[in-house]
Design a protein. Structure first.
Length: 149
């Protein structure tokens, strides 16, 4: 005698699928039969002048007049920075003259900034106080126009 090809798990999974399908169809019928629970007007939300979401529309009396000239679409241009503000002061923490690079410790922020021999205006050594400008390099800030003080 042959055994049934269906295992217990297969029968249970099929029962679950049929029940799920039946429940889904029943919910669909209930939605069609019942009147609209939520209308579009119930779904509308308003934002007040403080940015909070409310369900009440704003009062037309509180409406403010705005001139179209006062609306800024882009970020306003900034004045070019003062060249004296770009110059930073620091102390040479490490410099290898044979390899041509080193690091400067900024006096204000205490961050370490890479310096290459190409960014020097005069020779420097470890422990020298220097002034410099910075530029963005591939791995972080690089010191340029480095001068001894």
């Amino acid at each position: 005698m042959g055994r049934s090809q269906e295992s217990f798990n297969k029968r249970e999974n099929e029962k679950k699928r049929q029940k799920k399908k039946k429940d889904k169809l029943q919910k669909k019928e209930e939605r069609k039969a019942s009147p609209d629970k939520g209308s579009f007007d119930d779904m509308i939300a308003y934002v007040d002048e403080f940015g909070n979401i409310t369900d009440t529309p704003p009062d037309p009396k509180d409406k403010k007049k705005v001139k179209k000239e006062d609306i800024e679409i882009a970020v306003p241009r900034q004045a070019p920075p003062n060249p004296e503000d770009l110059i930073r002061k620091g102390k040479v923490a490490f410099f290898n003259s044979s390899k041509g690079y080193g690091f400067i410790r900024d006096k204000d922020t205490q961050e370490s900034i890479f310096v290459h021999v190409n960014g020097l205006t005069e020779e420097i050594q470890e422990g020298d106080n220097v002034t410099f400008e910075t530029e963005k390099g591939p791995k972080g800030l690089n010191a340029i126009n480095v001068k001894r003080v």
